[in-house]
Design a protein around this ligand. Sequence first.
Ligand code: NAD
Length: 496
Amino acid sequence: MAEHFKNYIDGQWVESESGKTFENRNPANRHDLIGVFPSSGAKDVDRAVSAAKKAFSKWRLVPAPKRGEILYRVGELLRKRKEEIARIMTREMGKILKETRGDVQEGMDTAFYAAGEGRRLFGETTPSELFDKFAMSVRVPVGVCGLITPWNFPMAIPTWKIFPALLCGNTLVLKPAEDTPHTAVKLFEILEEAGVPPGVVNLVHGRGEEAGAALVRHKEVRLISFTGSAAVGREIASACGRQLKRVSLELGGKNGQIVMEDADLNLAVEGALWGAFGTTGQRCTATSRLIVHRDIKKEMTDRLVERAEKIRIGDGLDESVEMGPLINEAAREKVHRYVQIGKEEGARLLTGGTIYEEGNWIDGYFYRPTIFDRVSPSMRIAQEEIFGPVLSVIEVKSFEEAIEVLNGTPYGLSSSIYTGDVARAFRAMRDLEAGITYINGPTIGAEVHLPFGGVKDTGNGHREAGTTVYDIFSEWKAVYIDYSGKLQKAQIDNVE
Ligand code: NAD
């Protein structure tokens, strides 16, 4: 019998109003049914938003250090249950245990960072231009927040949004991805156990077009924080624009790793393998383009191909496995379609390009690590986000050309350069159009206390993580206190 899971609204685990459900299955083995989850609609969203609105009046007044203490307890509980949650996550979305442990670790790091922020959450004090007058700015919460998240970081991404939102005094409704509802349930069990009051956090499962869209439309939701594809991000941004609703978007990437002729090739090969095939290439920061100087291209690609062919593919719950499945059948079809497009465009397939159905793995969505050579920068496989284990190698003749190629896509999330030349490293830092630049490291590896996000089509200018996320989840209020006992007029009374 499949386990039945529920929504979490106003401190209670409840069914959806319609009673409709959807199934969640293991991508490494489609016969493994994880559970059945409510397929929620507008009524469920409305119920959750009403609970969040009611809870807001009290939660916003809880001192920020106290809110931080609750988040500290959340971090401790995540630590205690790290292994259990990592296993649940691997079964639910396929990435290997090392990575799902890292995903929970990111949640813990975010909790402890937010807990500390509870005793800062600094505003500014500044002199007034007038006598006997005091001026300062303070952060105030926004209100009810709607959070919509993807499946590739089922713990980290919800916590990136939930913890800072709560710390700032907001209440919220989370609509997690349909492919990873189980991890979200675990997180909400922990929020409940840590003492987050009823109504402050609410969980509504369901399809994006139903539950997600209802959250975006809801008049009482003051802010939407969305991480996902650029296509859905655009729809959400325009719906929010029409309502003048605050919206933060973290969208796709087409990240490049540059390798110059003066680079440490061992390092560059390790970085490219991890960047391209970690999480089966399903990271917003995955390396999907390798931009290599022609002098070292042959050696670099030979080594990469040799290593890629040795990557152990299988169920991520097996500690010896290095790459798990893709998230679902549609994702595998998409990856395979792009491989055909690459071939038709004239790129040369060096390895992979086929579905992996060996031995026990016939019932999962596995795909071989794939490398294309002779890719030109304008090809679709070099421009569009594939979100799978496909790496396109682009040959360049100079540093300047490498920078131009890396910048030549609509996205601007992560970027990397391997070089032994400090001047090139500094030029790359300055000239790469991306929210993140790594020098002698792969395109993945962000830490939670630095700003995270991208330029161009990767988002709309916000940054999660770091202190910058607090600008998403709070409003600035300027406060003036006049103790002169008379009416003083700014810009008028202070003029000589
Ligand atoms: P997706 O856009 O299909 O779905 C993301 C979420 O949006 C899901 O919860 C989905 O149910 C919901 N949704 C779908 N349609 C909706 C609608 N019309 N209204 C409201 N909600 C809707 O993305 P995905 O396949 O889950 O995730 C992969 C994408 O996410 C990739 O493009 C990847 O680059 C991106 N991503 C970006 C970051 C980042 O921080 N920049 C991080 C991780 C993933």
